[in-house]
Design a protein around this ligand. Sequence first.
Ligand SMILES: Nc1nc2c(c(=O)[nH]1)N[C@H]1C(S)=C(S)[C@@H](COP(=O)(O)O)O[C@H]1N2
Ligand SMILES: [Mo]
Length: 164
Amino acid sequence: MDIAQTTAPEIAPTGQATALLLTGRLLRPQSLTLDALRAFPSVTCAPFDLRCYTTQRFIRSVEPYRGVRLTDLIEHAGLRCEVHGEFKRMIFLAIGHDGYAVPFTWHELFNTSVGAQAIVVYECGGKPLTEADGAPVLFSGADLVPAPRHVKRLARIDVRAMTI
Ligand SMILES: Nc1nc2c(c(=O)[nH]1)N[C@H]1C(S)=C(S)[C@@H](COP(=O)(O)O)O[C@H]1N2
Ligand SMILES: [Mo]
């Protein structure tokens, strides 16, 4: 996977560094600053305890997160289908600056209750998250194990169509 292009700091016309790229099978690929993320409708999630899946280690208690739904960002960019009905085979790879990545499927996001709580987070406990805190964070609030999908310093959402 080549993520080199997402690690280079990009400066938007406002002078603010790009927080998040939306790339791949989209009609309108996006390059969004934190302010641009804040301009979308926001949702909050309940506080939770973050654990590591591998070690089961307790990491920290997290105050309510606020952010924008991943589905809102995807709808804003528009899915680009090359074959009729192809959107149902699409996956969304959420990639951090360090290459750590988690996937979502179209069905999961748009056809189950996971989508309502899959958010790109920019605020925690009412306070803005800084880059040092890991902003923006991709968080999946409906995940069942106490180690939810949680990507710090989210850099890119890459949209791919699965082929058979
Ligand atoms: N960008 C990024 N996010 C990540 C990871 C990572 O390596 N890179 N590791 C995940 C894992 S496996 C765990 S357990 C937690 C660790 O959170 P912490 O670094 O805040 O302790 O972050 C998750 N998010
Ligand atoms: Mo982990």
